[in-house]
Design a protein around this ligand. Structure first.
Ligand SMILES: [Mn+2]
Length: 122
């Protein structure tokens, strides 16, 4: 399976980025890695019918994930348990992040889209 996630304490740009990423990966499931920010909780309470397919990390069988799409962060340390996926050789990692900042170590099978850094080849 393919999953789309963002950072813990998910904020509105994280949530919006997840929804946008699903346009690029229509078969991927949206997964929250942990706690939500209060404004995202309030937004979801108001719009639960439009975003009813977002899954909780507890409902995901990590061993079934073949591709991880991570948005609004490029730090594996910010996705709680989903961090494990970065170490699995069978998992392809696609990262979309708009934040400038310290470069993290990337592996060849990870791919980053950022306005601040060149797109890395496979
Ligand atoms: Mn954010």
């Amino acid at each position: 399976m393919e999953i789309i996630t963002t950072h813990v304490n998910t904020d509105l740009d994280g949530l919006a980025s997840m929804v946008a990423a699903q346009k690029l990966y229509p078969g991927a499931e949206l997964v929250f890695p942990g706690k939500l920010s209060r404004n995202v909780e309030e937004f979801l309470a108001l719009h639960k019918d439009t975003l009813k397919n977002v899954r909780n990390i507890k409902d995901i069988n990590i061993s079934k994930v073949k591709r991880l799409i991570m948005v609004d962060t490029k730090s594996p340390g910010r996705v709680s348990k989903l961090k494990e996926l970065f170490n699995l050789p069978q998992v392809e990692v696609h990262i979309f992040d708009h934040h400038p900042g310290r470069r993290v170590m990337f592996e060849a099978r990870w791919r980053l889209w950022s306005p601040w850094e060149p797109v890395l080849p496979y």
